[in-house]
Each structure stands twice: as C-alpha cells, then as structure tokens.
Design a protein. Structure first.
Length: 313
C-alpha cells in the first residue's frame, strides 16, 4: 500500500476514529475489533508522527494509537496469571501506548511498535504492583525484577523436573534453584527467599467483619500478643519506673544542697499552671552569681547524677 492510498483509505473512516472501537464493557467485541484495524506502514507512521510533533494533530495521534491497540491486547494477555481483569490490564496498557505515541520521535529510525512496548509494559507493571496485593510487595528495582520473573522461572523449574520424571517437586524453591534465580537476575539469595515468601502469601484481614449468618469471624487481632504485657517489656518498664523514683532520689542525695536545688528547680518542679521552676536568671539572683555560673553548676550536677544512675541500675 502506498502512502497516498493509505491516507485515502483512512480518510474514509469516521471523523472520530475511536467510534470504530466498541466500549470495553464488551471485551470480546473490543478484541475482535482491534484485531481488524489496519496496521500503518513505516512511511505512514512517520507522516502521522510528524503531524503530531509539528502540528499537535490529535487525529494523527489517534491513527497511531488505533493501529497499535492489538499490541496492547497481546501484551496484556501475558499478565493474566496475576489474577487481575483482562480489561483493566488492557486499559492500563492503552494509557502506556498513548504516552509512547506522545513521546515518539519519527526521526530516530525506530518503529513505534518497538518503542511502545516499553511504555505499555511499564504501565501494566505499575498497575499490577498497586493492585495485586493490599500491601505493596515490590518497591525497589531488584524487587520489581524478582516479582515479574520469579513466577515464570519457578514454572520452568517444574517443567524441567517433569521432563526428568522427578517423583516430586516442591512448591518452594530448593537451595540450588534459589542460587540459580539469584545468579540469573543478579540479586541476593535473601531477596529471592523474601520475594518467594511474599508471593506465596496473601492478604489477611486483621479484624474481619461478621459472616452473613451473623457469626463473628476470627482474625489475627483475636490472638496477636499484647506488646505491653510481653515479659521483657514489663521488666524494662518496671526498671524505668524504679530509676524514675528511687534512682533519681538516690542520685539527688549525692549532690550538695545548692546543686540539688538547681536541678530540682530546673527539671523536677512543675507549678500549678503547668510551667516549670525557676529560670537561670532567677536562680542567679538567689545565689548572687551569674546565670552562666548557674548553668555550669547544673551541667556538673547532671553529669554526677548520670554516673550515679548508671551505678544504681
């Protein structure tokens, strides 16, 4: 097909090119329709891309998007194993396709299909990571790589075991398989083990709602331990209470009268209105020295008390 005949053919299409596509509610009809849409030649693709780039031609952008909708359907089908609706995957992939069309440079001598694959997959990946679990399972680059490759690699290990007539093959990875995954994806063994654990688990409601028959459903909140009554935490709490009472009293008894009053006025006294005790200048007036001297006495007294508390503990 020549450029002139291609443009003449597309000119016969409706003014709104999206009218050719049925709504996503009928997924089978949508897929059938996009598979019938004509593909653009390299020359047509460059022409439309230049019209979009130079003239911001929305209709040209629409022609480019429409001719690659079947690519989105094909890529989205590869991610059906994650349990998310095919229509949603296609919709997110279409967003990635439109981003690719907007950024496509016709002068780079690259076909749009090659350029758009990255954007389509990136958008689908982001959607899966946000919706596959309530808690996000992959945040770093290495975790994302593991998330989208570990499942297929495990299937490959199972196929190899079946081909070798292995009697049994565990659902979890063996030590040898963990090493193989880590080496192939250039990640740590610990990251492989952690991601496999995340993928094998699921979301659990901490406090589930009652069932339809009115019976109370039990979740982790019913049997999770109360940290406040954990033995170690209780011992530490009692030790803090003893230090805050008997320990402080013992440390204060080791100070001279002036140092003890300064510490009490500055740190231990609370007035009825919630304010603290005397200021450095007020204490300086009482003892007839400078505020700096009061501060020095306070620092020395606090060091002495800290030493006494360490010995008391």
């Amino acid at each position: 097909m020549t450029l002139q005949s291609g443009i003449a053919a597309t000119a016969l299409a409706p003014a709104n090119p999206w009218a050719l596509i049925p709504p996503l509610g009928n997924l089978d009809a949508y897929i059938s329709a996009v598979n019938r849409l004509p593909l653009l030649t390299a020359e047509e693709e460059r022409t439309y891309a230049r019209q979009l780039k130079e003239n911001n031609d929305v209709d040209a952008a629409g022609r480019m998007v429409m001719s690659h909708l079947r690519l989105v359907v094909s890529i989205a089908r590869q991610y059906l194993g994650y349990g998310l609706p095919h229509g949603d995957l296609i919709q997110e992939g279409n967003v990635g396709l439109m981003k690719a069309v907007k950024r496509f440079d016709p002068d780079q001598n690259v076909r749009l299909v090659s350029y758009a694959m990255h954007w389509i997959k990136a958008e689908i990946h982001e959607y899966i990571l946000k919706n596959w679990r309530m808690v996000k399972v992959a945040t770093t680059k290495s975790q994302r790589k593991l998330f989208f490759n570990l499942r297929s690699m495990k299937q490959g290990f199972k196929a190899d075991a079946a081909a070798a007539d292995a009697a049994t093959h565990r659902d979890t990875l063996s030590e040898r398989e963990i090493d193989a995954v880590a080496r192939h994806l250039n990640v740590k063994r610990e990251e492989v083990i952690e991601m496999e654990t995340r993928l094998s688990g699921g979301d659990v409601m901490l406090d589930p709602s009652p069932s339809d028959d009115g019976e109370q459903a039990y979740g982790p909140i019913a049997y999770l331990a109360d940290g406040a009554h954990e033995p170690t935490a209780m011992i530490e709490s009692r030790q803090r209470d003893v230090l805050a009472t008997d320990g402080i009293a013992t440390a204060l008894s080791g100070l001279d009268e002036r140092s003890r009053r300064i510490v009490e006025e500055r740190w231990l006294k609370v007035n009825d209105d919630g304010s603290g005790g005397m200021t450095l200048h007020e204490l300086a007036a009482v003892y007839g020295v400078s505020a700096e001297r009061i501060r020095q006495i306070e620092v020395a007294a606090m060091k002495k008390m800290k030493k006494a508390l360490v010995e008391y503990a």
